[in-house]
Design a protein around this ligand. Structure first.
Ligand code: GLN
Length: 242
């Protein structure tokens, strides 16, 4: 943080914002302002250099070709890796999640190198695309309520020993490897297959990013009744017998 202002960086909205991913940036900004924190947000297009002094970086989802272009440009830029070395927090969704791993399969069917910020490798699943609602229990160490969201991906993601599963699915596919895991994280870098503006449905994840960035254990409470009602509705819909 500098000047008491939290610096939020939205990475490559021109390539990785297929599913309303700007929602994640809006939610982090709002949750910070609700706590009286100042936030400055920078949206960095893929033809611009990524700042390395951000506190929180958000990366969205995308189709296969924009995903390859984003990976190429992020590798060439090197800024995200430097930001993580500087202690930045990163939250990524779908294609962004795959890019943060060691490797994924690109639109040409070839292995594409990722940034190696998460110890995961994504391959192309042989089964049908993973599409639909998801309900998952987030790793209890993170102290968050159940995750609800929507997934739409062909790739499946395998976790290495240095990545912890972000959540375990009660309903849906998540990483798609059949082991019930969903997403991955380490101390500062997070990835999930939940689509687009996942933080709008799960704003407590935005709070976690803020706490990590600010290095605090708690934030002032805010009224989450509306979100909790939505979560209860999604859980009921996902678990009621057909
Ligand atoms: N293109 C990737 C896949 O299909 C990621 C898709 C997405 O971002 N939803 O696996």
């Amino acid at each position: 943080m500098s000047d008491n202002s939290l610096r939020l960086v939205w990475v490559y909205p021109d390539l990785l914002s297929t599913y309303g991913d700007q929602g994640n940036a809006l939610v982090v900004e709002r949750r910070a302002r609700q706590r009286g924190l100042e936030v400055s947000r920078v949206d960095v297009r893929s033809d611009q250099q990524l700042p390395t002094s951000g506190d929180i970086y958000l990366i969205g989802g995308g189709e296969d070709r924009p995903q390859r272009l984003a990976a190429e440009r992020l590798r060439r830029d090197g800024g995200l890796n430097r930001a993580v070395d500087n202690g930045a927090i990163v939250f990524s969704v779908c294609a962004g999640y795959q890019i943060l791993g060691h490797e994924f399969v690109n639109d040409l069917g070839e292995p594409e190198q990722g940034l190696g910020l998460l110890d995961v490798v994504s391959t192309r699943g042989h089964a049908e695309r993973c599409v639909g609602d998801v309900l998952a229990d987030i790793d209890s160490r993170l102290g968050l309520p159940p995750l609800t969201g929507f997934e739409n991906h062909q790739g499946i993601t395998h976790l290495g020993p240095h990545a912890r599963p972000f959540a375990r699915v009660r309903f849906g596919n998540g990483n798609g490897t059949g082991d019930g895991t969903e997403g991955a994280y380490n101390d500062t870098v997070f990835g999930t297959y939940m689509h687009g503006p996942v933080l709008a449905r799960n704003p407590q994840i935005a709070d976690l990013l803020l706490k990590l960035a600010l290095d605090v254990n708690a934030l002032p409470r805010v009224d989450d009744q509306w979100y909790e009602a939505l979560r209860a509705e999604r859980i009921a819909a996902a678990t009621q017998p057909a």
